[in-house]
Design a protein around this ligand. Sequence first.
Ligand code: ACO
Length: 408
Amino acid sequence: MADTPDAEHPSALRLLATRLKRKMPGNGNGGRPHRLRYAHLIGWGKYLPEKVLTNAEIAQMVETSDEWIVARTGIRERRIAAEDESTATMALSASRGALETADLNPADLDLIIVASASPEHIFPATACLVQDALGATSAGAFDLSAACSGWIYGISLAAQAIATGSIDHALVIGAETLSRMINWEDRATCILFGDGAGAVVLGPSDRPGGVLSSVLGADGSGGDTLSVPAGGSRMPASPETVKNHLHTIHMDGRKVFRFATRVMRQAATEALEKAGLTMDDVALLVPHQANSRIIQSAARALKMPAERVVVNLDRYGNTSSASIPIALCEALEEGRVQPGDRLLAVGFGAGLTWGAAVIEWMAKPPLERPWRSRLRAVLYALARVRSRLRRWWRHLETWLFRPPAPGA
Ligand code: ACO
């Protein structure tokens, strides 16, 4: 009988091709033919610094009052990073929490995205520092700059990479230390922002659910309404830029307010349409936490009752890219999200940018597996050792293998 290659009796050539394909980068599904894959949120974690800064304390620094701040913004207090904390350390703490609830080891991550408007440095990317500290040795890592919309941009990109099969697991973090980018003499901005981090792990599943749809938008013509003018290539740091507070947040609050109320409704509606759903299908609205009046206006426009809207800005202020994942984590911790619930996350920010995502929550409450947690603690300790050894080796390698002198 002739050797006809079919599904049950594949030819040797076909077997070889399959094995080679499995080894090729980007074949996150092991080279198997692509089936429909869904990107589920399987882990979540948050970090908030301990130090609380109240409105009353701010009123001692600038001419304002608790009444004014609460009436105009809804904010009562915010968290401020300690001296030894920064965007990377807070991102790391939130990430460990997310890996814990996902019960995943860092080496299983394929991609790390840190969305931040206050990254550790211009470069290296904060995501690379998190990758190293976690010991996520198989992950690519990059930072994403879309201000307060950054986390939605991040989950949108990660979900699509998972759905196509190019990766399996992604860690998407929103982390901010905005307290270091504020002019504490400017009452129009210093009352608004706070520090913190939130993270989620996304993973593949054959079961429908997870990130059902996302929409991303931008309008750079409004870039000047919300910006940090200096410190980039346009206006490098100089004594003048520092003296004139040009490394801090500058904002035209009224213009941002008007833009925000418009795009929140628009982005949310588009994301729902894309998912083939209506507002009645949504269990919880998780909006960017910038101003309670903006949130109320969006909720009213979307006909969403207040009890189905997550609001925590009274305690944390505006934590930019971290605000939605922190709000999501709190909603989960408070038992406000059940498997099968559909969530609508919507945000806006500097750029100007905006984004919305519809998520069908499929994750069950995490199981207690103490030995797996202990294993991860050991892996984090090993990651520190690995990082030191690699630095040490890089020094030694440079010393041992000097490049030949020109013309030698
Ligand atoms: N305390 C007391 N008075 C103040 C304060 C303050 N902290 N700040 C401003 N005022 C005064 C103003 O000087 C103004 O006085 P005037 O009428 O004599 O000129 C008056 O209060 C009203 O000012 P408005 O700017 O019109 O106040 P508004 O009601 O718009 O509230 C606010 C200001 C809270 C900033 C609001 O515009 C807002 O929240 N905008 C959106 C900001 C936002 O969401 N930014 C984050 C974007 S996300 C990101 O990407 C980082």
